[in-house]
Design a protein around this ligand. Structure first.
Ligand code: G3P
Length: 218
């Protein structure tokens, strides 16, 4: 399973990239707004930090404007993935960009039917939002299972399922058990995957015993 980080905070991205565990980055207009920076500057900086796919979302809602914005975004770096909303215009733009060899991420997916449309439009990634479905009393992970089952039925569908709106480690583990291709994690969720109290307790005990030996390895 690939791990992307869902943030436009370049300090966070730099720190997490050093782990060697980061396969890509996703942003959205809300995350760009939170960064307080200009989108072109922040996406360029992220693309220089992380060689994997970096999602940058269009703000236009009509096809021509989406393509104009996509042309600006994809010129930033080869690893820019143009993020498009799951609307008729977004999927039309997705098909155009896919035919031109540009990576795309179709976002705001909340149903299996929508995911199937994104795959037929040639999306590189489709982003079902599990947390926001959980928030309204639907099971987000059921949607991931449905989409994976459908995509598995057709060799021609090459779209990767990018699990988004991830809120906690259980989302990550459940998505991995289902075989989702990618999860995009807020930095805090990515860091929390390392944690277990028995790891901390065990390490403290080993270090205490080691100190008693008076030895040094180097
Ligand atoms: O970037 C899309 C998605 O991950 C947003 O998550 O937490 O705002 O629902 P959230």
């Amino acid at each position: 399973m690939k791990f992307f980080v869902d943030t436009a905070d370049t300090a966070e991205i730099t720190a997490l990239a050093a782990s060697g565990l980061l396969d890509g980055v996703t942003t959205n207009p809300s995350l760009i707004a939170k960064s307080g920076r200009k989108i072109l500057d922040v996406i360029a900086e992220i693309c220089a930090i992380v060689p994997g796919p970096v999602s940058a979302e269009v703000a236009a809602t009509e096809y021509d404007g989406m393509i104009r914005e996509a042309n600006v975004l994809r010129a930033i770096a080869k690893n820019v993935t143009v993020k498009l909303p799951l609307t008729p215009d977004g999927l039309r733009a997705c098909r155009t960009l896919a035919d031109q060899g540009t990576m795309t991420n179709v976002t705001l997916c909340f149903s299996a039917a929508q995911a199937l449309l994104a795959a037929k439009a040639g999306a590189t990634f489709v982003s079902p939002f599990v947390g926001r479905l959980d928030d309204i009393g639907q099971n987000g992970m059921d949607l991931i299972a449905d989409i994976l089952q459908i995509f598995d039925n057709y060799d021609a569908l090459k779209t990767e399922v990018l699990v988004a709106s991830v809120r906690h480690p259980i989302h990550v583990i459940e998505a991995a058990k289902l075989g989702a291709h990618v999860a995009t994690l807020p930095p805090a969720v990515l860091r929390s995957l390392y944690s277990h109290p028995l790891t901390d307790k065990g390490l403290a005990s080993f270090l205490a015993d080691w100190a008693k030996t008076g030895q040094s390895i180097t």
